[in-house]
Write a protein that binds this ligand. Structure first.
Ligand code: NAD
Ligand code: UFG
Length: 337
Protein backbone atom coordinates (compact mmCIF):
# COMPACT_ATOMS: atom_id res chain seq x y z
CA UNK A 1 0.00 0.00 0.00
CA UNK A 2 1.20 3.51 -0.79
CA UNK A 3 1.92 5.71 2.21
CA UNK A 4 1.39 9.36 3.11
CA UNK A 5 4.43 11.00 4.70
CA UNK A 6 3.48 13.49 7.41
CA UNK A 7 6.30 15.89 8.28
CA UNK A 8 5.83 17.45 11.72
CA UNK A 9 3.30 14.70 12.46
CA UNK A 10 3.83 14.66 16.23
CA UNK A 11 2.98 18.37 16.43
CA UNK A 12 -0.39 19.95 17.24
CA UNK A 13 -2.06 19.95 13.81
CA UNK A 14 0.00 17.05 12.42
CA UNK A 15 -1.05 14.64 15.19
CA UNK A 16 -4.75 15.39 14.70
CA UNK A 17 -4.33 14.96 10.95
CA UNK A 18 -2.54 11.65 11.50
CA UNK A 19 -5.58 10.41 13.45
CA UNK A 20 -8.01 11.50 10.71
CA UNK A 21 -5.91 9.92 7.96
CA UNK A 22 -5.65 6.61 9.82
CA UNK A 23 -9.39 6.69 10.42
CA UNK A 24 -9.87 7.32 6.69
CA UNK A 25 -7.93 4.09 6.02
CA UNK A 26 -4.62 5.65 4.92
CA UNK A 27 -1.20 4.26 5.76
CA UNK A 28 0.94 7.01 7.27
CA UNK A 29 4.57 7.60 8.14
CA UNK A 30 5.62 10.41 10.45
CA UNK A 31 8.91 12.30 10.38
CA UNK A 32 9.59 14.84 13.12
CA UNK A 33 12.73 16.03 14.90
CA UNK A 34 10.72 16.44 18.14
CA UNK A 35 11.91 20.05 18.48
CA UNK A 36 8.41 21.12 19.51
CA UNK A 37 6.66 17.84 20.33
CA UNK A 38 7.09 14.56 22.16
CA UNK A 39 7.42 10.95 21.05
CA UNK A 40 4.63 10.13 23.54
CA UNK A 41 2.20 11.64 20.99
CA UNK A 42 2.69 8.45 18.92
CA UNK A 43 1.35 6.33 21.80
CA UNK A 44 -1.57 8.72 22.11
CA UNK A 45 -2.34 8.33 18.39
CA UNK A 46 -2.24 4.56 18.92
CA UNK A 47 -4.64 4.82 21.88
CA UNK A 48 -7.12 6.71 19.70
CA UNK A 49 -6.79 4.74 16.45
CA UNK A 50 -5.28 1.37 17.55
CA UNK A 51 -2.52 1.98 15.00
CA UNK A 52 1.01 2.95 16.01
CA UNK A 53 2.32 5.07 13.15
CA UNK A 54 5.74 4.29 11.70
CA UNK A 55 8.02 7.05 12.95
CA UNK A 56 11.37 8.57 11.99
CA UNK A 57 13.03 10.99 14.40
CA UNK A 58 14.82 13.02 11.77
CA UNK A 59 15.35 16.63 10.77
CA UNK A 60 14.23 17.81 7.31
CA UNK A 61 17.50 19.71 7.10
CA UNK A 62 19.20 16.27 6.86
CA UNK A 63 18.69 15.39 3.20
CA UNK A 64 20.32 11.96 3.46
CA UNK A 65 17.88 11.00 6.21
CA UNK A 66 14.99 12.06 3.99
CA UNK A 67 16.37 9.94 1.13
CA UNK A 68 16.50 6.94 3.46
CA UNK A 69 12.85 7.45 4.46
CA UNK A 70 11.78 7.54 0.81
CA UNK A 71 14.00 4.56 -0.06
CA UNK A 72 12.56 2.42 2.76
CA UNK A 73 8.90 3.22 2.03
CA UNK A 74 6.51 3.56 -0.90
CA UNK A 75 5.49 7.19 -0.36
CA UNK A 76 3.19 8.75 -2.96
CA UNK A 77 2.14 11.95 -1.16
CA UNK A 78 3.29 14.30 1.58
CA UNK A 79 1.53 16.53 4.08
CA UNK A 80 4.14 19.06 5.14
CA UNK A 81 3.63 20.56 8.62
CA UNK A 82 7.22 20.63 9.88
CA UNK A 83 8.33 24.16 10.58
CA UNK A 84 9.00 26.72 13.27
CA UNK A 85 6.00 28.96 13.98
CA UNK A 86 6.69 31.53 16.70
CA UNK A 87 6.13 34.95 15.12
CA UNK A 88 8.05 36.94 17.78
CA UNK A 89 11.02 34.59 17.76
CA UNK A 90 11.17 34.82 13.96
CA UNK A 91 11.63 38.59 14.25
CA UNK A 92 14.45 38.13 16.79
CA UNK A 93 16.19 35.17 15.06
CA UNK A 94 15.17 35.35 11.37
CA UNK A 95 17.97 33.16 10.03
CA UNK A 96 16.87 30.25 12.21
CA UNK A 97 13.43 30.48 10.57
CA UNK A 98 14.72 30.79 7.02
CA UNK A 99 17.20 27.97 7.60
CA UNK A 100 14.71 25.56 9.15
CA UNK A 101 11.56 26.30 7.17
CA UNK A 102 13.06 27.01 3.74
CA UNK A 103 16.00 24.58 3.74
CA UNK A 104 13.80 21.85 5.22
CA UNK A 105 11.19 22.37 2.50
CA UNK A 106 13.74 22.54 -0.34
CA UNK A 107 15.32 19.27 0.84
CA UNK A 108 11.90 17.65 1.04
CA UNK A 109 10.91 18.79 -2.47
CA UNK A 110 14.22 17.73 -4.01
CA UNK A 111 13.97 14.27 -2.46
CA UNK A 112 10.31 14.03 -3.52
CA UNK A 113 11.43 14.75 -7.09
CA UNK A 114 14.19 12.14 -6.91
CA UNK A 115 11.59 9.55 -5.88
CA UNK A 116 8.89 10.74 -8.33
CA UNK A 117 6.55 11.70 -5.51
CA UNK A 118 4.47 14.57 -6.88
CA UNK A 119 1.70 15.37 -4.44
CA UNK A 120 1.99 17.71 -1.50
CA UNK A 121 -0.33 19.49 0.91
CA UNK A 122 1.44 22.40 2.62
CA UNK A 123 0.65 24.20 5.89
CA UNK A 124 0.47 27.85 4.97
CA UNK A 125 -1.19 30.51 7.07
CA UNK A 126 -3.62 33.41 6.93
CA UNK A 127 -0.60 35.47 7.94
CA UNK A 128 0.24 35.66 4.19
CA UNK A 129 -2.64 38.14 3.77
CA UNK A 130 -0.98 40.68 6.10
CA UNK A 131 -3.50 43.37 7.06
CA UNK A 132 -6.33 42.67 4.57
CA UNK A 133 -8.20 45.58 2.99
CA UNK A 134 -11.53 43.88 3.80
CA UNK A 135 -13.07 40.74 5.30
CA UNK A 136 -13.97 37.96 4.65
CA UNK A 137 -10.58 37.20 3.12
CA UNK A 138 -10.60 35.48 -0.27
CA UNK A 139 -7.70 33.44 -1.63
CA UNK A 140 -7.09 35.93 -4.46
CA UNK A 141 -6.44 38.85 -2.07
CA UNK A 142 -2.98 40.47 -2.30
CA UNK A 143 -0.27 38.73 -0.30
CA UNK A 144 1.98 40.58 2.11
CA UNK A 145 3.85 39.58 5.25
CA UNK A 146 4.99 41.49 8.31
CA UNK A 147 7.45 39.06 9.92
CA UNK A 148 10.06 36.45 8.88
CA UNK A 149 7.80 33.53 9.89
CA UNK A 150 5.11 34.76 7.50
CA UNK A 151 7.72 35.40 4.83
CA UNK A 152 8.87 31.76 5.01
CA UNK A 153 5.26 30.74 4.28
CA UNK A 154 5.05 33.14 1.34
CA UNK A 155 8.42 31.97 -0.07
CA UNK A 156 7.38 28.34 0.18
CA UNK A 157 4.08 29.12 -1.56
CA UNK A 158 6.15 30.70 -4.37
CA UNK A 159 8.57 27.76 -4.54
CA UNK A 160 5.66 25.34 -4.87
CA UNK A 161 4.02 27.54 -7.51
CA UNK A 162 7.22 27.55 -9.58
CA UNK A 163 7.62 23.80 -9.14
CA UNK A 164 4.07 23.14 -10.35
CA UNK A 165 4.65 25.37 -13.38
CA UNK A 166 7.85 23.48 -14.24
CA UNK A 167 6.34 20.00 -13.81
CA UNK A 168 2.78 19.62 -15.03
CA UNK A 169 2.37 16.32 -13.17
CA UNK A 170 3.02 18.00 -9.82
CA UNK A 171 0.13 18.77 -7.51
CA UNK A 172 0.31 21.14 -4.51
CA UNK A 173 -2.42 22.41 -2.19
CA UNK A 174 -1.51 25.42 -0.06
CA UNK A 175 -3.76 25.40 2.99
CA UNK A 176 -4.02 28.82 4.60
CA UNK A 177 -5.11 28.16 8.17
CA UNK A 178 -6.84 30.75 10.27
CA UNK A 179 -6.59 30.24 14.06
CA UNK A 180 -6.50 26.53 15.01
CA UNK A 181 -7.59 25.77 18.59
CA UNK A 182 -9.30 22.96 20.53
CA UNK A 183 -8.13 19.38 20.88
CA UNK A 184 -9.20 15.83 20.12
CA UNK A 185 -12.37 14.79 22.02
CA UNK A 186 -10.41 12.06 23.84
CA UNK A 187 -8.21 14.68 25.50
CA UNK A 188 -5.20 12.56 24.51
CA UNK A 189 -3.70 14.99 21.98
CA UNK A 190 -3.76 18.78 21.89
CA UNK A 191 -1.54 21.83 21.89
CA UNK A 192 1.37 22.07 24.34
CA UNK A 193 3.41 25.19 23.72
CA UNK A 194 6.80 25.46 25.41
CA UNK A 195 7.18 28.26 27.97
CA UNK A 196 4.67 31.09 28.23
CA UNK A 197 2.21 30.80 25.34
CA UNK A 198 2.01 33.56 22.71
CA UNK A 199 -1.37 32.54 21.37
CA UNK A 200 -4.67 33.42 22.98
CA UNK A 201 -6.20 30.00 23.66
CA UNK A 202 -3.23 28.28 25.28
CA UNK A 203 -2.72 31.44 27.36
CA UNK A 204 -6.33 31.51 28.56
CA UNK A 205 -6.17 27.76 29.33
CA UNK A 206 -3.15 28.34 31.57
CA UNK A 207 -4.88 31.18 33.38
CA UNK A 208 -7.92 28.94 33.92
CA UNK A 209 -5.61 26.19 35.21
CA UNK A 210 -4.15 28.65 37.73
CA UNK A 211 -0.68 28.60 36.17
CA UNK A 212 -0.75 32.20 34.99
CA UNK A 213 -2.26 35.04 36.95
CA UNK A 214 -4.36 36.84 34.34
CA UNK A 215 -4.91 37.37 30.66
CA UNK A 216 -3.55 40.54 29.05
CA UNK A 217 -6.00 41.66 26.38
CA UNK A 218 -3.89 43.38 23.75
CA UNK A 219 -5.90 46.52 23.03
CA UNK A 220 -9.59 47.43 23.29
CA UNK A 221 -9.59 50.28 20.80
CA UNK A 222 -9.86 48.36 17.53
CA UNK A 223 -12.81 49.01 15.25
CA UNK A 224 -14.54 45.76 16.26
CA UNK A 225 -17.66 44.69 18.19
CA UNK A 226 -16.06 45.36 21.61
CA UNK A 227 -12.76 46.97 20.61
CA UNK A 228 -10.69 43.75 20.95
CA UNK A 229 -9.14 41.81 18.07
CA UNK A 230 -11.36 39.51 16.01
CA UNK A 231 -10.13 36.16 14.61
CA UNK A 232 -11.50 33.10 12.86
CA UNK A 233 -10.93 30.29 15.38
CA UNK A 234 -11.23 26.79 13.94
CA UNK A 235 -11.34 23.44 15.74
CA UNK A 236 -8.16 21.48 15.03
CA UNK A 237 -10.22 18.36 14.23
CA UNK A 238 -12.12 20.29 11.55
CA UNK A 239 -8.77 21.47 10.24
CA UNK A 240 -7.43 17.90 10.24
CA UNK A 241 -10.46 16.67 8.28
CA UNK A 242 -9.78 19.48 5.79
CA UNK A 243 -6.34 17.92 5.17
CA UNK A 244 -7.88 14.55 4.33
CA UNK A 245 -10.06 16.31 1.74
CA UNK A 246 -7.15 18.37 0.43
CA UNK A 247 -5.09 15.21 -0.05
CA UNK A 248 -7.94 13.58 -1.97
CA UNK A 249 -8.08 16.69 -4.14
CA UNK A 250 -4.31 16.62 -4.75
CA UNK A 251 -4.53 12.96 -5.72
CA UNK A 252 -7.10 13.74 -8.39
CA UNK A 253 -5.73 17.02 -9.81
CA UNK A 254 -2.51 18.56 -11.07
CA UNK A 255 -1.29 22.11 -10.53
CA UNK A 256 -1.48 24.44 -7.56
CA UNK A 257 -4.37 25.74 -5.44
CA UNK A 258 -4.38 27.96 -2.35
CA UNK A 259 -7.34 27.29 -0.08
CA UNK A 260 -8.45 28.95 3.17
CA UNK A 261 -9.31 26.70 6.09
CA UNK A 262 -11.41 28.70 8.50
CA UNK A 263 -15.00 28.83 9.71
CA UNK A 264 -15.91 32.19 8.21
CA UNK A 265 -16.90 33.49 11.68
CA UNK A 266 -15.02 36.07 13.71
CA UNK A 267 -14.86 36.16 17.52
CA UNK A 268 -13.30 38.89 19.65
CA UNK A 269 -10.80 38.28 22.45
CA UNK A 270 -13.46 39.06 25.07
CA UNK A 271 -15.98 36.75 23.40
CA UNK A 272 -13.40 33.95 23.52
CA UNK A 273 -12.68 34.69 27.16
CA UNK A 274 -16.41 34.47 27.94
CA UNK A 275 -16.80 31.20 25.99
CA UNK A 276 -13.83 29.70 27.82
CA UNK A 277 -15.22 30.75 31.20
CA UNK A 278 -18.47 29.01 30.33
CA UNK A 279 -16.72 25.83 29.19
CA UNK A 280 -14.35 25.63 32.14
CA UNK A 281 -16.61 27.17 34.78
CA UNK A 282 -13.54 29.13 35.89
CA UNK A 283 -13.38 32.94 36.03
CA UNK A 284 -10.57 34.31 33.84
CA UNK A 285 -9.11 37.49 35.35
CA UNK A 286 -7.96 39.93 32.68
CA UNK A 287 -6.46 43.34 32.16
CA UNK A 288 -6.56 45.53 29.07
CA UNK A 289 -3.05 46.42 27.90
CA UNK A 290 -1.69 48.19 24.84
CA UNK A 291 -1.94 46.73 21.34
CA UNK A 292 0.60 44.03 20.42
CA UNK A 293 2.83 45.33 17.60
CA UNK A 294 1.97 43.77 14.24
CA UNK A 295 -1.57 42.72 15.26
CA UNK A 296 -4.50 43.49 12.99
CA UNK A 297 -8.07 44.31 14.00
CA UNK A 298 -10.05 41.66 12.18
CA UNK A 299 -9.28 38.49 10.25
CA UNK A 300 -11.73 35.86 9.05
CA UNK A 301 -11.98 33.61 6.05
CA UNK A 302 -14.14 33.42 3.01
CA UNK A 303 -14.76 29.65 3.02
CA UNK A 304 -16.42 29.21 -0.39
CA UNK A 305 -13.37 27.80 -2.18
CA UNK A 306 -12.87 24.99 0.37
CA UNK A 307 -16.57 24.13 0.08
CA UNK A 308 -16.41 24.10 -3.71
CA UNK A 309 -13.11 22.25 -4.23
CA UNK A 310 -13.13 19.86 -1.28
CA UNK A 311 -16.80 19.68 -0.25
CA UNK A 312 -15.45 20.58 3.21
CA UNK A 313 -16.86 22.90 5.82
CA UNK A 314 -16.01 23.39 9.51
CA UNK A 315 -18.53 21.81 11.90
CA UNK A 316 -17.50 22.60 15.47
CA UNK A 317 -18.81 25.57 17.43
CA UNK A 318 -16.72 27.96 19.51
CA UNK A 319 -18.24 26.35 22.64
CA UNK A 320 -16.93 22.92 21.62
CA UNK A 321 -13.53 24.37 20.76
CA UNK A 322 -13.24 25.80 24.28
CA UNK A 323 -14.63 22.63 25.95
CA UNK A 324 -12.17 20.39 24.11
CA UNK A 325 -9.27 22.70 24.81
CA UNK A 326 -10.17 22.72 28.51
CA UNK A 327 -10.64 18.93 28.59
CA UNK A 328 -7.13 18.50 27.17
CA UNK A 329 -5.68 20.99 29.67
CA UNK A 330 -7.27 19.23 32.64
CA UNK A 331 -6.17 15.77 31.48
CA UNK A 332 -2.62 16.92 30.64
CA UNK A 333 -1.65 19.63 33.14
CA UNK A 334 1.96 19.51 31.93
CA UNK A 335 1.11 18.83 28.29
CA UNK A 336 2.01 15.59 26.49
CA UNK A 337 5.52 14.74 27.70
P1 NAD B 1 3.86 22.37 15.99
O1 NAD B 1 5.09 23.09 16.41
O2 NAD B 1 3.01 21.76 17.04
O3 NAD B 1 4.24 21.22 14.94
C1 NAD B 1 5.30 21.36 14.04
C2 NAD B 1 6.17 20.11 14.17
O4 NAD B 1 7.26 20.19 13.25
C3 NAD B 1 6.78 19.96 15.57
O5 NAD B 1 6.47 18.69 16.08
C4 NAD B 1 8.28 20.13 15.35
O6 NAD B 1 9.04 19.33 16.22
C5 NAD B 1 8.44 19.72 13.89
N1 NAD B 1 9.58 20.31 13.18
C6 NAD B 1 9.91 21.62 13.08
N2 NAD B 1 11.00 21.76 12.31
C7 NAD B 1 11.36 20.52 11.88
C8 NAD B 1 12.40 20.01 11.05
N3 NAD B 1 13.32 20.82 10.52
N4 NAD B 1 12.45 18.68 10.84
C9 NAD B 1 11.55 17.83 11.40
N5 NAD B 1 10.55 18.26 12.19
C10 NAD B 1 10.44 19.59 12.43
O7 NAD B 1 3.00 23.38 15.10
P2 NAD B 1 1.51 23.27 14.57
O8 NAD B 1 0.70 24.27 15.28
O9 NAD B 1 1.07 21.87 14.52
O10 NAD B 1 1.72 23.83 13.10
C11 NAD B 1 1.95 22.98 11.99
C12 NAD B 1 2.22 23.81 10.76
O11 NAD B 1 1.11 24.67 10.55
C13 NAD B 1 3.44 24.72 10.87
O12 NAD B 1 4.09 24.75 9.62
C14 NAD B 1 2.84 26.07 11.19
O13 NAD B 1 3.64 27.12 10.73
C15 NAD B 1 1.53 26.01 10.43
N6 NAD B 1 0.51 26.92 10.99
C16 NAD B 1 0.17 26.82 12.30
C17 NAD B 1 -0.78 27.71 12.84
C18 NAD B 1 -1.14 27.65 14.30
O14 NAD B 1 -1.71 28.63 14.80
N7 NAD B 1 -0.91 26.55 15.02
C19 NAD B 1 -1.38 28.66 12.02
C20 NAD B 1 -1.04 28.71 10.68
C21 NAD B 1 -0.09 27.83 10.17
N1 UFG C 1 -4.31 38.13 22.27
C1 UFG C 1 -4.45 38.75 23.48
N2 UFG C 1 -3.71 38.32 24.52
C2 UFG C 1 -2.83 37.27 24.43
C3 UFG C 1 -2.70 36.62 23.18
C4 UFG C 1 -3.44 37.08 22.11
O1 UFG C 1 -5.22 39.69 23.61
O2 UFG C 1 -2.19 36.92 25.43
C5 UFG C 1 -5.14 38.56 21.13
C6 UFG C 1 -4.35 39.07 19.95
O3 UFG C 1 -4.09 40.45 20.08
C7 UFG C 1 -5.30 38.73 18.79
C8 UFG C 1 -6.00 37.46 19.25
O4 UFG C 1 -5.84 37.42 20.66
O5 UFG C 1 -6.27 39.74 18.66
C9 UFG C 1 -5.40 36.20 18.65
O6 UFG C 1 -4.00 36.18 18.87
P1 UFG C 1 -3.11 34.87 18.63
O7 UFG C 1 -1.72 35.19 19.01
O8 UFG C 1 -3.75 33.69 19.27
O9 UFG C 1 -3.24 34.62 17.05
P2 UFG C 1 -2.85 35.57 15.82
O10 UFG C 1 -4.10 35.79 15.04
O11 UFG C 1 -2.09 36.74 16.23
O12 UFG C 1 -1.85 34.63 15.00
C10 UFG C 1 -2.14 33.27 14.72
C11 UFG C 1 -0.83 32.47 14.66
C12 UFG C 1 -0.02 32.88 13.47
C13 UFG C 1 -0.83 32.75 12.24
C14 UFG C 1 -2.12 33.53 12.35
C15 UFG C 1 -2.97 33.21 11.15
O13 UFG C 1 -0.06 32.69 15.82
O14 UFG C 1 1.09 32.01 13.36
O15 UFG C 1 -2.83 33.15 13.53
O16 UFG C 1 -4.14 33.94 11.16
F1 UFG C 1 -0.13 33.20 11.20
Amino acid sequence: MKSVLITGGTGFIGSHTAVELIEAGKEIIIVDNLYNSSEEVLNRIEQITHVLPKFYKEDLCDKEALRRIFRENDIDSVIHFAGLKAVGESVAIPLKYYQNNITGTLNLLEVMQEFHCKKIVFSSSATVYGDPASVPIKENFPLHTTNPYGTTKLFIEQILTDLCHSDKEFSAVLLRYFNPIGAHKSGLIGETPNGIPNNLLPYIARVAAGKLERLSVFGDDYDTIDGTGVRDYIHVVDLAKGHVKALEYANEHQGIEAVNLGTGNGYSVLQIKDAFEKASKVKIPYVITSRRPGDIATCYADTEKAKKLFGWEAQYSIEEMCEDSWNFTVKNPDGVQ
